[in-house]
Design a protein around this ligand. Structure first.
Ligand SMILES: CC(C)(COP(=O)(O)OP(=O)(O)OC[C@H]1O[C@@H](n2cnc3c(N)ncnc32)[C@H](O)[C@@H]1OP(=O)(O)O)[C@@H](O)C(=O)NCCC(=O)NCCS
Length: 214
């Protein structure tokens, strides 16, 4: 039913160890339980004076999901995936297309529960959304960014062939942010698509402004 009224929910990605499905309302309670304390949330999100830090962080998570659905357009979209391993839900991987039809450039962000980190799963789930972006949506480049001391996030980018472009400073914290970029040609040459399953994209293509399956 969900796939019929909102075909984006029918997109499904598979890697060697992970199954990624587009987040649904039913995932929100589990994700709120698992939300790691060390994850930097959107500093511009609404906060509620009567709530403690944990409840506010959960509100950012669930409102982020609803915002993604409600504000979707082919020119500016954000698609959240829930990643599952044989242990169950282990994290979230976002793929975003800001100014998508003009730039054909995707951004991404992700988190894993602490027990799932450092085992290559972050690299697998980023590779899964890159396979969707480059191989099915026709992206020309992927960008990402992380604070300079986030070795794991920058490590995922490095492992997948992104190159460093420039640094900026985060307004709210003063931290230095490293920006990285991966061109389509580098992705194609890497052969990273092999072994990644991407299904259910056809009915969702109009939502990305793509009128015919390429
Ligand atoms: C960022 C995150 C998703 C990365 O996933 P992960 O599964 O831990 O990363 P991987 O195991 O795939 O490691 C990717 C690369 O980074 C390296 N790496 C991993 N952790 C590292 C660390 N703490 N410091 C330096 N390098 C690290 C790995 O060696 C690997 O490089 P290699 O392929 O050359 O060996 C995960 O660590 C996480 O959830 N962190 C907290 C939330 C966060 O910071 N999210 C990013 C902000 S958007």
């Amino acid at each position: 039913m969900g796939d019929v009224v909102w075909p984006l929910h029918g997109i499904r990605l598979r890697t060697a160890e992970l199954d990624l499905r587009v987040m649904t309302e039913a995932d929100l309670p589990t994700l709120c339980e698992l939300l790691p304390d060390d994850l930097q949330m959107n500093p511009h999100a609404t906060t509620y004076a009567g709530l403690d830090d944990r409840a506010n962080r959960r509100a950012v998570l669930v409102q982020g999901y609803w915002r993604a659905l409600g504000m979707w357009s082919p020119d500016d979209w954000a698609l959240p995936f829930v990643a599952r391993s044989s242990d169950g839900v282990i994290g979230v991987q976002w793929l975003e297309g800001p100014d998508w039809r003009a730039e054909r450039t995707v951004d991404s962000s992700s988190w894993l529960v602490p027990a799932a980190r450092g085992r290559g799963l972050g690299t697998q789930m980023r590779a899964a959304v890159l396979a969707l972006a480059f191989d099915r949506l026709g992206a020309s480049a992927a960008i990402s960014s992380a604070v300079v001391d986030n070795g794991a996030s920058l490590g995922v980018s490095r492992a997948l062939g992104y190159r460093e472009t420039h640094r900026s400073v985060l307004e709210h914290s003063g931290e230095a942010l490293q920006h990285v970029r991966l061109e389509r040609a580098s992705w194609d040459a890497s052969g990273r698509s092999r072994g990644i399953g991407v299904d259910g994209v056809g009915p969702a293509l109009p939502y990305f402004g793509i009128t015919e399956e390429e």
